[in-house]
Design a protein. Structure first.
Length: 92
């Protein structure tokens, strides 16, 4: 009985919460450009694969540095990702 209770507790409360968490993919360049387009093309199959919704959010300015700063200052929960260009990664 105790094992059944723990199993139900896990499936009802823990697992659905993980699945409902939305990933945020932050792109440092303007929407509609090639970088944004590739990020959105990859986000859809990735979302289907990991069974979580992914929101692509654009933080434009300073060649992607604003987006990098936004991700660096976000909550360290692993649900905010940065889609960066080589130039920005070389500076970091």
């Amino acid at each position: 009985m105790y094992f059944y209770f723990l199993q139900r507790l896990e499936t009802e409360f823990i697992f659905p919460r993980i699945l409902r968490t939305t990933l945020k993919l932050v792109v440092g360049l303007a929407s509609g450009g090639p970088t944004d387009l590739i990020a959105r093309i990859i986000a859809k199959p990735l979302s289907d694969q990991i069974l979580q919704s992914i929101i692509v959010e654009n933080k434009v300015g300073a060649g992607g540095s604003i987006a990098a700063e936004f991700v660096a200052r976000s909550e360290p929960d692993g649900y905010t990702l940065l889609w960066a260009i080589e130039r920005l990664l070389a500076i970091a």
